[in-house]
Design a binder for this molecule. Sequence first.
Ligand code: ADP
Ligand code: ADP
Ligand code: ZN
Ligand code: ZN
Length: 777
Amino acid sequence: MHHSPHDPYVRVRGAREHNLRGVDVDVPRDVLAVFTGVSGSGKSSLAFGTIYAEAQRRYFESVAPYARRLIHQVGAPKVGEITGLPPAVSLQQRRAAPTSRSSVGTVTNLSNSLRMLFSRAGEYPPGAERLDSDAFSPNTAAGACPRCHGLGQVHDTSEELLVPDDSLSVREGAIAAWPGAWQGKNLRDILDALGYDVDVPWRELPAEQRHWILFTDEQPVVTVHPVRDAERIQRPYQGTYMSARRYVLKTFADTKSPTLRAKAERFLTSAPCAGCGGSRLRPEAMAVTVGGRTIAELASLPLTSLARLLDGDSETARVLTEDLKSRIAPVVELGLGYLSLDRSTPTLSAGELQRLRLATQLRSGLFGVVYVLDEPSAGLHPADTEALLTVLARLKAAGNSVFVVEHHLEVVRGADWLVDVGPGAGEHGGRVLYSGPPAELASVEESATAAFLFDEAPGPPREVREPRGWLKVGPVTRHNLREVTAAFPLGAFTAVTGVSGSGKSTLIGELTQELEGVDRLVRVDQKPIGRTPRSNLATYTGLFDVVRKLFAATDEARARGYGVGRFSFNVAGGRCETCQGEGFVSVELLFLPSTYAPCPDCGGARYNPDTLQVTYRGRSIAEVLDLTVEAAAEFFADVPAAARGLGTLLDVGLGYLSLGQPATELSGGEAQRIKLASELQRGRRGHTLYLLDEPTTGLHPADVEVLMDRLHGLVDDGHTVVVVEHDMTVVAAADWVIDLGPGGGDRGGHVVAAGPPQRVAGAEDSATAPYLARVLP
Ligand code: ADP
Ligand code: ADP
Ligand code: ZN
Ligand code: ZN
């Protein structure tokens, strides 16, 4: 292959990650390149799984040669060769484990600038010493409220939470909060050695003993003589006791494992801290003001208001406020001016978070890198799409390459270069159909993208349905909504529109409170289907129960006495104990972020070798979990209990997902479609109201058509559907539109227009109207 240092292309040869079929593709650097294709075609496998993953692998090798072993464990992307590849930065939607300390301010670094302002140019009480900027951060020892350690909330726990069933003895697992496996047994043995009775029901222990066991801060060390079990004889050892409260609080605060963190959270209560009133800062810091306001007050304002308030008198203040304003500007530009610095990241949508990170990158001063983004238009109103393109163009102008996986046609049209992957999903995709300037895609017949990109004629008008009644909501006063009332037609399809932050989610959240005329509410949101890798599509939809029964009913399983429990990776017995059925283990490496690597024992299979010897129609349980929905539908075609659920998953365009893909790896759009499918698969009795938040996220226009057919089918069956949506083709096909705005945050919160699409398209003051008018016949 020809390449020189001046070759302006990233050249990929022989990419075989996931479904990619030995892809060769050349993408120019220093351009905005958009990767398109139907869901599951392999766009992410190429952009993230191959190009970004390879760049990251090289980076790891260069900064940490000692990490070779880790890199080897984590695995390099399956690709022959990549040349011309710059360092890469990825901005992905799949969210990392939420930590309670991350906020809009920390993600954007704006908090640092604001602290500097308070430290250098704040108004101090008479006689007070000037504070270092660290003293304004709740995340440092210097700034954190001593009472709550900067969390703003005090977490505690209670006996009811720690011991849900007090008829059990400690040996029988009374203390539900304790760690599993040997660590839990170890604590039990220590208690035993300390002289506590671990064999009486919990409730029969004296109150002071129960209190000590659960809540003590002491950590006594004792010599433990482990009980001999038949297999091994252990020698006595020194064991340190830790109370259940201490264990739970410590795990919650320190662990990097989302599984353990989620488990610890179940045993916690929380209340605002009495010391700082939730501001998380020590009193000395809260006494300092800028423009008469504390740092906590400024951090709670929408960014647009904050920028307006910032005007320095002194020279120092001017310099610092200018810096802050210039950092706020790109955030506002990307339609996020309604957010405040103290908004915690777990309450943001994936799209909001990604755009925040994007805005921050504009100030990073990096050049010569390739940014890889995942559908940055998610959650973005068409009015803000131009701003998005402007921001991407700025990253490019700074000397970077911008590679974007995207479905939104305006963004696709704005690309310098297009890589179209397809033609279908999973094994029907995985080829590059086209790589070049957008205009010439028109001649590629196989491309599903071409059909939508170049056919701009509006579809035929749909007949508007007559409502069977109205569901009245309000008056609602919540977030930015002030006494808002709205009416949703029953037996019809309603689209709620408006720029990001205008109040759409808040309004439809309120719908759930008032359900007259409806028998049942089904909310299909984009929240993960599970917070741990133990949940997956199969466990969520109930399919896994069916599969485990099939395995337990095989002759081999019966001969060995394996029941359904044996085929679960969540309990001891059939699972691999090294990884406790997770399939991977966490690898910690000095200053690098912790990474997951396949389990060294089962290699990701999750089960122990004995369990894997049992096969159903020639496949082990692990092999069945590896099947895609599409393959599984064929494999289980004659098993009605499995086939029905698989059929609805196919219907919502998820045929390409594998059954065992961990919940934590699914995008918000995929999680939403899984929920929708499992809902569709249930028998539907009575009039149901379906609420969906941007159901087209992550979907190619071809997939959107399929999904919309399903949703309109529900309405034709007599149900009511309400969607929050930015895709104007979906809005145009609705029976009713409720447009919120006109702006985001304080500048939104009103119903700007409501009516059939034709009427809303003519509304004045509506940010949506002009875009809707364009797609109406
Ligand atoms: P797209 O980005 O076009 O929606 P993906 O690249 O995510 O498509 O998926 C392409 C194929 O690779 C699909 O068949 C999908 O099931 C499979 N795939 C994606 N991620 C994984 C994974 N982590 N493990 C195994 N297969 C995967
Ligand atoms: P949309 O759905 O139109 O993007 P939202 O209903 O999410 O708008 O937000 C409307 C307003 O309410 C915004 O100003 C937003 O910052 C605020 N808001 C939304 N959720 C929360 C929350 N959990 N905590 C505080 N403010 C919120
Ligand atoms: Zn406090
Ligand atoms: Zn394992």
